[in-house]
Structure formats: C-alpha cells, structure tokens
Write a protein that binds this ligand. Structure first.
Ligand code: 0X9
Ligand code: ZN
Length: 432
C-alpha cells in the first residue's frame, strides 16, 4: 500500500510550469507620434536621440511618448502641427499582441505561426543542425552575453571547395524587433530544407557559406519575454546611473561616439562608455573577424521596410556607392515580388546621422583589414515589416509572409555579393 500511495503522491504533485511570457512594465498612457522633420534644424533632429525613436526613415520619425517630459521635449524640437498620433494607446497594442503568448503552443509544423522564446529558438537551431548535419555546422557558444547567455552561430554550406564566399546574417540586435529572429529562422529553414531539391538553393550553398548569428542581444531578447516587451538595448548596468543598457547598434567600432548616438545611459540609443564596451559587441565583432573576409553582411531589424546601405554617419557616398546601390535596389525589387510589399532602398543616414552601427562597421576598415584578402563586405541593415500599424507588435500571422518575401531578396543578396565582390587589391591604401 505504502509504495502505491507514494506513487500517487508523486504523480499528483502539480508541475511548476513557468509562464512562457510575462510583463512587469506597463505602457499605460503612452502613445506614438509620427513627426515629419521637414524644416527641422539638424541640432533638433539630433536631440531626438534622447527620446524613444522607434523608427526613422527619409520622411518621418515615430517617437514613443512615455510621459509629460517626453511630450514637452518633442514639442520643443518639432512644431506640433508636424506630428500626428499613429498609436494612441501603446498598452492596448501590446496587450492585444501578447494575448496568445501563453496559451498557444506549436508543434514543429506550426513553428512559424508564432513567436518563440530564446530557449525555444536555441532548441530549434540545435534540431536544424542535427537534421541537416551534412550542410550545417552549429557553434553553440561563440561567446557569452553580459548576463552569461550563449551567443550561438550557425554555418550553412553545401558541397564544394573550402574557399567559398562568406555571407553574414545577424539577428535580434534590438530585442523588441521580434520579427528579425523569426525571418532569420525562416530563411535558414528554407535554405537547409531545399538543398539538393531546389537547383537555385543547391548551387547557392555550393558556392557560398552563410553564417547566421541568431542572437546578438540574448539578454535583451529574454527581457522582452519576461518584463519589458519594448526593451531595445542590452542589459548591462551603467556606472553612475540607475538606467540599464547599451544600444549595441551604436556601440560598434566605426565612427563611435562622434555624435550619432546618445551619451545618456537612460536613452534608448545610449552608445556605451566607449567603443565595443558591451560584451555582445565584442563577441559579434570578433566572430565576424575570425571568419573574415566576408563578402556581404546583413543586420536584420524592424520596422519601416527599408534597405539601408552605408553610410549612416555622413551624407557622402561610400567609395562603392554604385555597387552598394545596385545591390540594395535589387533586394528591394526581389522583396516586392511575392506580395508587392514596398521596401525603400536608400543610404542609412536617412534623416540624421548614426554612429557606431553594425552595418557601417561591416563595410569599414576595422572589419576588413585587407591583409588576408582584399575583399570588403557589403554592409546592409534591413528594416522588416511593417510601416507602423503594428510596429514591433507585428502579428505572428505575418511571420510566414515576411519570410516568404525575404527569401528571394536574401538569395539575390547572397548571389550579388558573391558575383560582385568589393575588391581592393591595395586595401591598405583605401580609407573607408
Ligand atoms: O537606429 C537603428 O539602430 C536602426 N533602426 S531601428 O529602428 N531598427 O532601431 C537603423 C540603423 C541603420 N543605420 C543607420 N541608420 N545608420
Ligand atoms: Zn533595430
């Protein structure tokens, strides 16, 4: 009797199941203003870095107004009549998007029907690596985040020599841009599952090695699932401030600290105490350099539907502007083919300068020493769907169409950078 009772007791003990998603930060009372910056002075545009600029393009900025101070600051920088409210209640938008996050749960076939946690995505990459052993190499820990989380990398390549062109994709540098990670997975899945079946994919992987870094900002990503859905930066404390986090996309070692990031640790675009001060930037840069030369690199972001090429810090053309533009325009055209989704292809600088960004670094001297090989990387930022209706709260039902339109665009990018290498025979004489 006793063993039986014990057995029942064990079975009956309620399993402690942690909620998959939770949130402690409220967005009540917050709204989003879209402001045209026509006629706004450069200094005023630059001062916007102290607000949460959710996106910016050639025509406008979307600014999240958190409190009265933000509202007053925006008013002092941009005439009121140039702004309209595009999201009147951020809390409602977040609430609507999160309602299924603890109830639905997919099997493998439904993977792309919902967003996933850090742990689920890590497990997914491990499964891909074991299902497609012949064409993948998975590195579970390229390095560690500030909080001690693994930063993995997935290498994908088919048959053929060892001296292949390399292409770099990195995802989730801004943690709230969930579609970034989902689209990276969609592309990875498309490539591995079509190798040996689809001729275009087979010849692509036989001539190129794709390196995907799924989590440039794992701590931030976890934080968006546990506490603060709209968190953008990493989770590194800042000395002398109670505000946490560095914007990793202002912390790269290219033109760092020259005016295109914020020096205020409380800002969402805080550039860090010095270039590459964030452990995640160190890991991502070092792994890129270990794999250099790299022919082309994409940093996947959201939102605004933009294809951004260098530079972000000056209006001047990059030395390779004609090829960079051709590559970006091709990406835009291919992205429109499945559903007519309109992306804009332009230089990164858009409305105002940004410094220390990943895509400028990909193309810079620091990432392309030329000593090993004189090929330099095409450096792009892609801003995925949408144009502001949902923003970071892009419904999960748009993961598959986003992925479907990015597959031909990504394939065109990979083919283009392989076939049109930025070749500098005397790299040390060219300053970029
Ligand atoms: O500001 C950013 O870091 C990127 N936009 S986002 O809305 N995803 O935050 C754009 C970076 C692209 N590079 C430059 N604009 N220089
Ligand atoms: Zn971003």
């Amino acid at each position: 009797m006793i063993p039986l009772l014990l057995g029942i007791g064990v079975l009956a003990a309620p399993a402690v199941k942690q909620a998959r998603y939770s949130r402690t930060e409220s967005y009540a009372g917050q709204y989003v203003q879209r402001c045209s910056l026509t006629g706004v002075a450069a200094a005023n545009k630059q001062a916007l870095v102290n607000l949460d600029v959710m996106t910016h393009n050639a025509e406008y900025v979307d600014v999240r107004i958190i409190n009265g101070e933000d509202a007053a600051m925006l008013k002092s920088l941009v005439p009121e009549e140039q702004c309209t409210i595009v999201v009147d209640d951020v809390e409602q938008l977040v609430l609507a998007a999160e309602k299924d996050l603890n109830t639905s749960h997919s099997n493998a076939a439904e993977w792309f029907d919902e967003y996933h946690t850090y742990e689920e995505i890590i497990g997914w990459y491990e499964d891909i690596a074991s299902d497609y052993e012949r064409i993948t190499k998975y590195v579970p820990r390229v390095g560690l985040s500030y909080g001690g989380l693994d930063m993995p990398a997935m290498h994908i390549t088919g048959e053929g020599g060892t001296n292949k062109a390399k292409v770099w994709f990195q995802c989730s540098i801004h943690s709230r841009e969930w579609i970034s990670n989902a689209v990276c997975q969609y592309i990875v899945n498309y490539l591995v599952s079509n190798y040996g079946i689809n001729e275009e994919v087979t010849s692509l992987l036989n001539t190129v090695e794709l390196i995907v870094m799924p989590f440039v900002n794992p701590d931030g990503y976890k934080w968006t699932w546990s506490s603060s859905r709209l968190w953008r930066k990493n989770r590194q404390p800042n000395s002398g401030s109670t505000c946490v986090g560095t914007d990793l996309n202002r912390n790269y070692n290219d033109k760092w600290g020259t005016g295109g990031g914020s020096t205020n640790p409380c800002s969402d675009t805080y550039e860090g105490a010095r270039a590459v001060s964030a452990p995640e930037t160190v890991v991502a840069q070092e792994y890129f350099l270990q794999n250099a030369p790299i022919h082309g690199a994409i940093d996947w972001h959201a939102y605004s539907q933009l294809v951004l090429r260098p530079y972000g810090w000056t209006q001047d053309d990059a030395p390779d502007e004609p090829l960079l533009k051709e590559c970006g325009d091709l990406f835009r055209d291919e992205a429109a083919k499945p559903f007519g989704t309109r992306f804009t292809s332009q230089k990164s600088i858009g409305l105002y300068p940004t410094t220390g960004t990943a895509n400028d670094w990909f193309y810079s001297d620091d990432a392309n020493t030329g000593g090993r090989d004189a090929v330099r990387a095409y450096g792009f930022t892609i801003e995925l769907r949408d144009t502001g209706r949902y923003g970071f709260e892009l419904p999960a039902s748009q993961i598959i169409p986003s992925g479907q339109e990015m597959v031909p665009a990504a394939i065109s990018f990979i083919n283009f950078v392989r076939d049109n290498p930025l070749y500098y025979p005397n790299a040390e004489q060219v300053e970029i």
